[in-house]
Design a protein. Sequence first.
Length: 359
Amino acid sequence: MSKSNKLTFSIVNRIAVSELLYKPNNNDCLFFTTGETFYSIEPSFTIFYKNNSRYNEGKYIVGRNEITDIRVRCDVSELKLDDITKEYHKKKYKRKANKTFHLNNDLLNFISKLQAFISSNIIDIDFNEQDYTIDFTSMSDYVVVENSNKYSIDQISKVINTINNLEYLNLGRTIILNKTLTSFKNALTHVMNKSEHEISKVFKEYKEVLPLVLLGYDATLEFEYKIEEVGDGTTKPDIFLLDEQNERVTLVELKRADAIMFGGKYRVDTLRVKTEFSNAIHQTNIQRTKLSQSNDNYHYNIPKSILVYGNIENEITDEVDIDLVKKNLNILRYNNKDLIIMTYNEIFERIDLILKDEK
């Protein structure tokens, strides 16, 4: 019996078209001792995969094989030392003998890591029905992390509250922020050309990171903030942001990403401003005016606005290049100093910048 911490696994059986059984070469096994008892552990695994190759217009397009599951099993045998050869062999039992195995804590801990450890050495490698050589030397230090979806919010909270190491807490904060920002970007990409209601729902879902993305600093926020009636009707900006510590108020109005800002050339270096865009800018002016009239606190009298509108790429045509679009947009920004006009591509750029800084 060959004992090694490094095993090479090869295909021994194609169970189905996309289902392959792997076993160690030469009947190699892992050797484990609890001090008094010796065991051989023979791991094997089955890889389930999906072939992404396909036919398209009569041509065969080779695609990457995608592993969909890895099922691990192991045979555990108690070993007996041969007094003559000084080699270990599997302990044999009489046919009718009862076989009761006492697996102590150390052996159970070792076996429980096999599935996760083997999978971690396979899953990130392009699969081409190749052999796998896995070194199990470091498996004793391997930490198995269970699927967080199996935990309740209360359980996750208790785990986090047991962590006192500041470095670990900062790492956890970075991971959570990165995952949240990435998810926000993906969700916003999906709805940015849909209704303003659906866009607002995504912003509301990711309200915890909105102040950081839109302002770069922390603030409390309220959706569909109602400005006390001044004049006719009720005015409700999509988002109300309050930085109470620094006494700053920002009103946010959300429009669609496919809304067009400019309608082609008007004169030299001048683009026509679309009526809808001009009206949206004026809408933010009205919101700030009504807010300042409705409140005696001085920082409510000097609010700022953010108008989320359009996408730079949608403005580029055969006769209008990106430089001319940016030039006209920046002039509009300069002449509306209390308003930040933010396009969707600029929101994505902000998210990417934060993600880069947090790595």
